[in-house]
Design a protein around this ligand. Structure first.
Ligand code: PHE
Length: 471
């Protein structure tokens, strides 16, 4: 299939032709390294540092990690491959992709529309956590976080999140920062930034991990991370693990469709997806290795939940020599991780507006950032002014998190599998994933098709219904 097939044709099938920008004028990733940096940059994020360790701590340690890995292989990676493949074929944003590939069946476009909605909801709470992270970098630098008493670090965190002005302020700083990189473009903004940041991220992570492993509680921490206790794995935990796999791998909402549209023709998509999944898992485990030995050494509880990052970490690292530097390094790490992820999420609506309405990136990004500042403030204020407003029994912050990870992304993933496996169909999948016969990866494609058509949708369906207590 030709990439520019739709441009300039007049048949009914090509109704979207006038909306598809020709490939030549489209900004794309420029090298294999750039593709990996940007895609891994999207996967690695606060999920590895803020969600993965705390969910592991809450749900029984190693048993949760095993369930997570299964969910990632059975559902996360297949959806990622499918998204990258569809995006690269259509050369379009998350919404237009379905209009291009399926001009006569408009209902599939709903997947893309839900994706754009998810992007807004995720960024609404994600930029808030990223805002706290940036605030903590400054606090750590000034030494004001240095306390070995979790009551003190907890009070400091409460004070930050309960302050409406600070919450909104830090969130806006994050939005403007991410927006500025997005405006610079796909290759000059996203690719360049993630290429620079990813090596720094690994270096910092290894440094903190090594330091943590030298602590006396290292054995207890590792034991917790690697010795499974399956008694805690319930239906809800399965859904949490699957939601985490989708969130971690940035799938089910069009991010990977959008990034796939910037992939070169030569890129080996299944291999890229596998590499990204494994590297991302390594980062999550390294984050666990950085955190849990320290937590056990100083007698903290591993099951602290989300507060692990902002309350336990400062208290724990304050106990070791040069603690302040380590706390700061830790939050710099989190800020770097968050950046690549936020870039990929914001790119979803920006690419859509840019592409569909021929808006400049500047205008598309400005509109997105303003809208996000509005929606995001409901999350930012959910620990202060809006603390009492609880639709469905959750604050806006928790609601956006729950809705996206546990509902929209798995549902999106489910329909992407159905579409790619059953509607678009095996023949086109084979052509797309073998790069039109260039790659001799028939075995991989057969396995992928089996996962895509049966394993992924069935397991997503069952886990969703069980997790939501419908069956
Ligand atoms: N994968 C990112 C993380 O782990 C979050 C993310 C979700 C990014 C959805 C893009 C799309 O933090």
């Amino acid at each position: 299939m030709e990439e520019l097939e739709f441009v300039g044709k007049t048949s009914e099938d090509c109704v979207v032709a006038d909306q598809v920008t020709p490939l030549k004028s489209r900004d794309s990733f420029t090298s294999g390294l750039g593709v990996i940096a940007a895609t891994l940059g999207s996967a690695v994020g606060l999920g590895n540092i803020w969600k993965f360790p705390s969910l592991t701590g809450l749900n029984g340690g190693a048993a949760f990690i095993i369930v997570y890995i299964l969910a990632a292989f059975m559902a996360g990676v297949p959806v990622m491959i499918a998204e990258l493949m569809l995006g690269r074929r259509s050369r379009s944003d998350a919404l237009t992709t379905f209009r291009v590939l399926e001009p006569k069946r408009a209902q599939w476009g709903l997947i893309g529309a839900a994706g754009v909605l998810s992007a807004f909801l995720i960024l609404a709470f994600y930029t808030e956590v990223a805002g706290w992270v940036i605030a903590y970098v400054f606090k750590a630098a000034s030494g004001s976080l240095l306390s070995t008493d979790p009551k003190v670090t907890s009070a400091a965190f409460e004070k930050l999140i309960a302050d409406p002005v600070q919450s909104v302020f830090w969130q806006c700083i994050v939005l403007v920062f991410v927006g500025a990189i997005i405006i610079a473009g796909v290759s000059k903004g996203i690719e360049k930034t993630t290429k620079r940041l990813m090596p720094v991220l690994f270096a910092i992570l290894v440094m903190i991990g090594v330091r943590s492993l030298m602590l006396p509680g290292a054995a207890a921490g590792l034991n917790f991370l690697f010795r499974p206790d399956f008694s805690k794995v319930t239906g809800a935990v399965l859904l949490t693990a699957m939601g985490l796999a989708f969130f971690k791998l940035s799938v089910g909402m069009g991010t990977m469709i959008t990034y796939g549209s910037y992939f070169t023709k030569e890129e080996n998509i299944p291999l890229t997806a596998l590499r990204v999944m494994l590297a991302d898992l390594t980062v999550s485990i390294l984050a666990g290795i950085a955190i849990f030995p320290a937590v056990f050494t100083y007698g903290f509880k591993p099951e602290a939940g989300p507060s692990l990052l902002f309350i336990t970490i400062p208290a724990v690292f304050s106990q070791i020599p040069f603690g302040s530097a380590f706390v700061m390094l830790f939050f710099v790490l989190a800020a770097i991780a968050a950046t690549g992820a936020m870039l990929s999420i914001m790119e979803v609506p920006v690419a859509y507006l840019h592409h569909r309405f021929s808006m400049s990136r500047l205008k598309a990004t400005t509109m997105t950032v303003i809208l996000l500042a509005l929606i995001g403030s409901t999350a930012a204020l959910s620990n202060s002014v809006l603390a009492g407003v609880k639709p469905f029994g959750m604050t806006f912050f928790d609601l956006y998190d729950f809705l996206t990870s546990n509902l929209l992304m798995p549902v999106g993933g489910f329909f992407i599998c159905l579409y790619a496996g059953w509607v678009w169909g095996p023949q086109k999948v084979k052509e797309a994933l073998s790069n039109d016969g260039e790659l001799k990866n028939g075995g991989v494609i057969t396995l992928f098709l089996y996962l895509l058509k049966y394993v992924a949708p069935i397991s997503i369906g069952i886990i969703l219904l069980r997790g939501l207590k419908i069956i």
